[in-house]
Design a protein around this ligand. Structure first.
Ligand code: 13P
Ligand code: SF4
Length: 335
């Protein structure tokens, strides 16, 4: 039975949907949202919500290149909004909370990348898209979780620098080592969400759910990945790989080792299947709310100017944008 609190919030959400839809029209804006957003932010405009597109980081980057509206509200984290700005620089891109960061992106600076290049000359630098624009600008190519393996495999060199996710790097290394002697030089960045899927936790959840398949994001630490894959069939991959696997699998229950709200997304997509997840939420993704999405829209001047939107608008140094574009374009060519 729903509590009064639930009913009150549901009414508030409906009210906010209506206001945001009207503001989108007035300000000529589209909303792009990541699969890790709270469920109410993932309801599309066509379904009565507000998002024009919901996707993983690669899907969102591609969608950003196609936007024709002058304003993009990015319901995701900063590195994603920066990427949208770089691939479509004529548009104004707004992030509803300037504190929506990422522990991986915060783990490395441009000076760190230059030092790696000095220490390992001639090795191509592959940067995960979960980096800020200034780090992308120092890189040869970017990748997302969806195309990282294909990009690593596409290089002929024996040694490659992969940054900044040490766990994802180790998982990729394990996969490529099955076919080649290629070596990845890693940085010590970690996703503070996926690293919480410890081996002991995965082992316990697997033992409690012997029939369930395991859905593991690349960013989960390697011992947990091994424990998960030893338990039952499943998938190690990106958010999109996880969604696709559930659609293709004949299993009825799944253990999700990824962001908690992806579980809600999966349940909406596949209502007949069940998802077990130790609910670990990304604190940065959860900074984005319907309320601050509305505030970001309100900050756009009626003439389309962003005069009062200093707190929301993504602005980047022109030189960094130019230098970051090529590695991002290379990444998009592996879509
Ligand atoms: P995806 O590339 O799978 O969308 O992942 C983004 C992310 O932040 C994972 O933690
Ligand atoms: Fe960054 Fe991890 Fe949050 Fe993704 S889930 S945005 S990698 S901290």
């Amino acid at each position: 039975m729903s509590s009064t609190l639930d009913i009150d919030r549901a009414l508030e959400i409906q009210q906010l949907y209506e206001e945001i839809r009207e503001l989108k029209r007035q300000k000529n804006a589209v909303i792009l949202a990541h699969y890790y957003m709270s469920p109410e932010l993932q309801v599309t405009h066509a379904e009565g919500g507000i998002a024009d597109f919901v996707g993983d980081s690669l899907g969102l980057s591609l969608e950003a290149t196609k936007v024709t509206h002058p304003n993009i509200i990015f319901c995701g984290v900063r590195f994603m909004a920066e990427t949208a700005k770089i691939v479509n620089p004529e548009k104004q891109v707004f992030l509803p909370d300037s504190e929506a960061g990422c522990s991986l992106a915060a783990s490395i600076t441009p000076a760190d990348v230059r030092a790696l290049r000095q220490r390992y000359p001639g090795r191509p630098v592959i940067s995960y898209v979960n980096t800020y624009a200034d780090v992308k600008a120092e890189s040869d190519i970017c990748c997302t979780s969806r195309n990282a393996l294909r990009i690593v495999e596409s290089y002929d060199q024996e040694e490659l620098i992969f940054l900044p996710d040490v766990y994802m790097g180790a998982n990729l290394q394990r996969q490529i080592s099955e076919q080649s002697s290629k070596k990845l030089i890693l940085w010590n960045g970690r996703c503070e969400v996926h690293e919480q899927f410890a081996e002991s936790l995965l082992t316990k959840v697997c033992a409690e759910n012997p029939e369930a398949e395991v859905l593991l994001h690349w960013e989960v630490p390697q011992p947990s990945v091994e424990a998960g894959l030893a338990h039952n069939r499943g998938v190690l991959g990106s958010t999109n790989d996880i969604i696709r696997h559930v659609g293709e699998s004949s299993a009825h229950s799944f253990i999700l080792a990824s962001e908690c709200d992806l579980g809600a997304t999966l349940k909406t997509m596949y209502p007949a299947k069940s998802f077990i997840t130790p609910c670990i939420k990304c604190p940065y993704m959860k900074k984005i709310t319907l309320e601050n999405t509305k505030a970001a829209l309100l900050s756009i001047g009626n003439d389309g100017s962003s005069a009062s939107s200093a707190n929301y608008e993504i602005t980047l140094d022109a030189d960094i944008m130019t230098r970051a574009l090529l590695p991002i374009q290379r990444m998009l060519s592996f879509a």
